[in-house]
Design a protein around this ligand. Structure first.
Ligand SMILES: O=C([O-])CC(=O)C(=O)O
Ligand SMILES: [Mg+2]
Length: 220
C-alpha cells in the first residue's frame, strides 16, 4: 500500500503518538473540519500568505497556482498565520480544488464561502470562517515553499493527516518510521478496545503499561 493509503488507515492520535515517541513536532493545534467532515490524507502543496500592504499588486489571486498543481493524494496547505479577520480561502478556489481531485485544504486561519465548499463536497480544515475577502488585504508571498502552520514547519511534499481530533504533519523523510510506530500503536489499541468490550477492568486495560507505551516505542 502507498504511504498515503497507510496514513489514511490511521487516525491523527496514533500518528501524534508516533511523533511523540520519535520526539518530533507535528500536531498543528486549533484547526478543525469546517466543511466535509472526513479524514483526509495526502502530500502538502504549500502556500504562504502575507499582508498586502507593502507586498505590491498581486498578479493573480492567492492559492491559484497551488490549486492548479493539486490533484489526488495532495492537500493544499495554506499558511494564513492565524488571521481570523479575513479569509485565506474561498469558494471559487474550492471549486478548483474539487475539479482537480484534491483531497482537501488546510488553512491556519479564516476561510470563507463555506456553503459553497460544503455544496461542492470539499473537505476544509481551518481555524474559523468569516465573510471578508482577501482581495487588497492579503496576498500570496510564495507557494511550493516551506511554511509554518500553527507553529509546525511544513515542507512541500510532507505528509498530512486530518480528522475529528485535528491535523498532523509528518516530514516526508520520516514517514516510514512514523507509519511503522503508528501502526503498532493502532494495533495495540485495537486489542485494548476488545478487552474493554469483553468487560475487563479499565484500570487493567489502561495500566502503567499504557502510560509508558510511547517511551518503549521510543527506545525500540
Ligand atoms: O475573494 C476571496 O477571498 C476568494 C473567494 O471569494 C473565492 O475563492 O471564491
Ligand atoms: Mg467567493
Amino acid at each position: 500500500m502507498s504511504e498515503c493509503g497507510r496514513l489514511a488507515a490511521l487516525d491523527t492520535c496514533a500518528v501524534s503518538d508516533a511523533l511523540d515517541a520519535l520526539r518530533l513536532p507535528g500536531a498543528a493545534l486549533g484547526l478543525h473540519a469546517v466543511s466535509g467532515e472526513r479524514r483526509i490524507a495526502g502530500r502538502a502543496v504549500t502556500v504562504d500568505l502575507v499582508e498586502a500592504e507593502g507586498a505590491g499588486a498581486a498578479p493573480r489571486h492567492l492559492c491559484t497556482a497551488a490549486v492548479d498543481a493539486s490533484g489526488p493524494d495532495t492537500i493544499i496547505v495554506v499558511a494564513h498565520h492565524g488571521r481570523s479577520h479575513v479569509a485565506g480561502w474561498g469558494g471559487v478556489l474550492s471549486a478548483g480544488a474539487v475539479a482537480r481531485g484534491s483531497e482537501g485544504v488546510i488553512v491556519d486561519g479564516a476561510v470563507r464561502d463555506l456553503d459553497e465548499a460544503r455544496q461542492f463536497g470539499l473537505t476544509v480544515y481551518a481555524a474559523t470562517s468569516v465573510p471578508v475577502t482577501a482581495r487588497t488585504r492579503i496576498v500570496e508571498r510564495a507557494w511550493d515553499v516551506p511554511v509554518e502552520i500553527a507553529g509546525v514547519r511544513v515542507e512541500p511534499g510532507d505528509y498530512v493527516l486530518a480528522d475529528g481530533s485535528g491535523v498532523v504533519f509528518v516530514p516526508r523523510d520520516r514517514i516510514d518510521e512514523v507509519l511503522a510506530i503508528a501502526e503498532r500503536i493502532a494495533a495495540k489499541e485495537a486489542l485494548m478496545l476488545a478487552r474493554v468490550r469483553e468487560g475487563e477492568s479499565m484500570a487493567t486495560v489502561m495500566s502503567a503499561d499504557y502510560e509508558t507505551m510511547l517511551d518503549r516505542e521510543a527506545s525500540r
